[in-house]
Write a protein that binds this ligand. Structure first.
Ligand code: ZN
Length: 158
């Protein structure tokens, strides 16, 4: 399965001097693809999550599956939501509420948890989902205020 950067990338050949294909042509064999819905699997935190009824394009000839940028975004959000539900993890709204309660920016909270600067914003937007271990750390910050002071004292110094 390929996830092009945008709709126009669906059919662009990757090499020069190849035949330019129409927008909805299969990037593998050139057959016109059909838009369909079906179950696809996506890795979330290293685990394969099966997402039902994903809108995507499929080649009737070779079976190649291609998602537009919008379809890929929706697919990843649905996969993250299913993973979150399976493990009973905090929602993006709940993470935001914890962060705002402590008057932290997304980057500040990411720093305290030793994560990349964009991680919290992706969790809050539902594009990615925290692991169960990090979910537990977020709950500690929520339920045990002293844990935040501990992180402030130690996180940056390790
Ligand atoms: Zn094909």
């Amino acid at each position: 399965m390929k996830k092009p950067a945008d709709k126009n990338a669906v059919a662009k050949p990757s090499r020069r001097n190849t035949v330019v294909l129409p927008d909805d042509a299969c990037p593998t064999c050139g057959t016109m693809m059909k838009e369909t819905r079906g179950s696809l699997r996506s890795p979330v935190n290293g685990e394969q999550v099966s997402v039902p009824s994903v809108s995507h394009f499929q080649c009737p000839s070779c079976g190649e599956q291609v998602l537009t940028y919008a379809q890929a975004c929706r697919f990843e959000e649905d996969a993250a939501a299913l993973y979150r539900k399976k493990y009973g993890l905090l929602s993006g709204h709940q993470i935001r509420a914890i962060r705002e309660h402590h008057r932290l920016t997304q980057v500040e909270l990411a720093g305290l948890l030793r994560l990349g600067p964009n991680t919290i914003s992706r969790w809050e937007a539902g594009r990615n989902v925290q692991t169960a271990a990090l979910d537990m750390l977020l709950r500690l910050i929520r339920d045990l205020p002293a844990s935040l002071a501990y992180l402030r004292e130690h996180a940056a110094k390790i």
